[in-house]
Design a protein around this ligand. Sequence first.
Ligand SMILES: NC(=O)c1ccc[n+]([C@@H]2O[C@H](COP(=O)([O-])OP(=O)(O)OC[C@H]3O[C@@H](n4cnc5c(N)ncnc54)[C@H](OP(=O)(O)O)[C@@H]3O)[C@@H](O)[C@H]2O)c1
Length: 221
Amino acid sequence: MTRPFIFINSAMSADGKISSTLHRQVRISGKEDLARVDLLRAESDAIMVGVGTVLADDPGLRVKSRELRDARRKKGQQEDPLRIIADSRARTPPSARLLGPGCLLAAAASAPQDRLEELSSKCEIIVCGKDQVDLEELFSRLYEMGIRRIMVEGGATLNWSLLKLGLVDELYVYVGAMLIGGEKAPTLVDGQGFKEHFPKLTLCSVQQLDEGVILRWKPKT
Ligand SMILES: NC(=O)c1ccc[n+]([C@@H]2O[C@H](COP(=O)([O-])OP(=O)(O)OC[C@H]3O[C@@H](n4cnc5c(N)ncnc54)[C@H](OP(=O)(O)O)[C@@H]3O)[C@@H](O)[C@H]2O)c1
């Protein structure tokens, strides 16, 4: 399958949690790391999240720095990369911050028609997959649309599906100097988990940022 380059960027606590048992956004990284994330966004054609992250955090997913936005415009790009939501049942609230021009919602064929109609005035909609978004089909269609580099910003369930399908080329994991705990708190990768044939990673770089470290990994093929 021809698909874009796909990388995950996530921040987790020292005990591997990306949020708390309340499933609300936790500020894990600091100023230096947020600038790094902004640069990664600006260098991407699209930013993707699962609907769980939209419901929990209501992220805007825009490039924040004026300089980076200007640089994109000078290159003939939109100031913000395309914002993509994997949302099989079209559960994204119409008030979600990431909706609007430059947003694409990927839904399954079984999504309620009235939900799709309501959301279609606020974003582009792609239907792929019967009951759940077929990620391989989605990426192949995004490639045809000219999307070459996708940054995935969570959450735990979408990360799992992507890794299980072998669709991740790189992982940036910021490990923050804090503990969250809680057996029901989301971790970097949730889903059903691997029982055997655990994917192995190659460590590409380690860098201290703020009070934590950023690790860059590549899945071994
Ligand atoms: N620290 C960080 O860097 C960071 C970043 C992002 C999020 N978070 C945290 O992560 C938590 C949200 O994670 P989450 O696991 O609940 O939600 P998620 O991974 O953001 O979204 C999962 C949902 O996406 C939908 N989806 C559609 N197609 C899918 C597919 N092929 N595979 C998997 N999912 C698919 C599914 O719902 P449908 O079946 O209804 O479509 C699924 O339940 C929040 O607590 C948030 O704060 C942390």
